[in-house]
Design a protein around this ligand. Structure first.
Ligand code: PEP
Length: 253
C-alpha cells in the first residue's frame, strides 16, 4: 500500500488586511511548529506573500500563491509570473481554482499552460478540479474529472508530476458549509487515481497527492482523512482562523 504524506493547504482568497495576514501567518506557524508529519502551506493574497513569508519563517509552514500567470515575463498587465512567486518565497501555486474557472472564465487551455509554466519554472502546483451542482445532479462528475484533470496535465513529464498535487473541490461544497461525505470524496479520488494509473502508470498514480476541498472543518477532517485516497485538504474559510486551521492540520496527521 503506497504511503503518501498528508498535505493541508490554506487558501485565504481575497481576505485579510496586512496586519491580519501577518498575525494569521505567525499564529499558524506557532501552532504547526517545526516538526510535523503533515506538509502544510498557506496561500495569502499576492501583496501579502512577502510579509507572510517572514511571519512563517523557521516553521514547517510553506508559502503558496493563489494563482500564477502562464507566461514567464512580459506585457501582461496585472499578472504575476512563476519567477516572481519563487523570489517572493513561494513553493506552491494554486492553479485552476473553481472561482477562477467559473467567475473569471479561466479556460482549460490556460490552466494547462499555467501548470506547465509553473512547473518548468520550479514551483509545485496545487491543481484544482471538481464538478458543479448541476453536473453532479446529472451524474456527469466523472466526465468532468477526466476532462479537467487530463486537460490540465497534458504533456507533463514524470519529473513534473512529482511536483503536482491535485485538489478535488466540488463547486457545490466550496464556501457553502456542505462538505462532501468521506465516501463521496473517496469515490471521486479513487476515480481520479484509477485514471492516472491508466494514463500515466503506477508511479504517478501512487505518488500524486489528491486533496479534498470544500467546507472542511476541524470536525470533518478525520473522517475525510480516514479514506485511503484522500491525502489531505485544501481549506478556504476555516484557514482564516489559526485555531481551526491548526486543528485541521493536527486532525490530518
Ligand atoms: C476553497 O475555496 O478552496 C475552499 C475549499 O473553500 P472552503 O473551505 O471555504 O469551502
Amino acid at each position: 500500500m503506497p504511503t503518501r504524506k498528508k498535505f493541508v493547504a490554506g487558501n485565504w482568497k481575497m481576505n485579510t488586511t496586512l496586519a491580519e495576514a501577518k498575525a494569521l501567518g505567525a499564529a499558524v506557524a506557532k501552532g504547526v511548529g517545526t516538526d510535523t508529519n503533515v506538509t502544510v502551506a498557506v496561500c495569502p493574497p499576492f501583496p501579502w506573500l512577502v510579509p507572510v513569508g517572514e511571519a512563517i519563517k523557521g516553521s514547517a509552514v510553506a508559502l503558496g500563491a493563489q494563482d500564477v500567470h502562464y507566461e514567464k515575463k512580459g506585457a501582461f498587465t496585472g499578472e504575476v509570473s512563476p519567477a516572481m512567486l519563487i523570489e517572493a518565497g513561494c513553493k506552491y501555486a494554486i492553479v485552476g481554482h473553481s472561482e477562477r474557472r467559473h467567475i473569471l472564465g479561466e479556460s482549460e487551455t490556460a490552466i494547462n499552460h499555467k501548470v506547465h509554466t509553473a512547473l518548468e519554472e520550479g514551483l509545485s502546483v496545487i491543481l484544482c478540479m471538481g464538478e458543479t451542482l448541476a453536473e453532479r445532479e446529472r451524474n456527469l462528475q466523472e466526465r468532468v474529472f477526466q476532462r479537467q484533470v487530463f486537460a490540465a496535465c497534458a504533456g507533463l513529464t514524470d519529473e513534473q508530476f512529482q511536483r503536482l498535487v491535485i485538489a478535488y473541490e466540488p463547486v457545490w461544497a466550496i464556501g457553502t458549509g456542505k462538505v462532501a461525505t468521506p465516501d463521496q470524496a473517496q469515490e471521486a479520488h479513487a476515480f481520479v487515481r484509477t485514471k492516472l494509473r491508466q494514463l500515466y502508470g503506477d508511479k504517478i498514480a501512487d505518488t500524486t497527492p489528491i486533496l479534498y476541498g470544500g467546507s472542511v472543518t476541524p470536525e470533518t477532517t478525520a473522517g475525510l482523512m480516514s479514506k485511503p485516497d484522500v491525502d489531505g485538504a485544501l481549506v478556504g474559510g476555516a484557514s482564516l482562523k489559526a485555531d481551526s486551521f491548526v486543528a485541521i492540520v493536527k486532525a490530518a496527521g
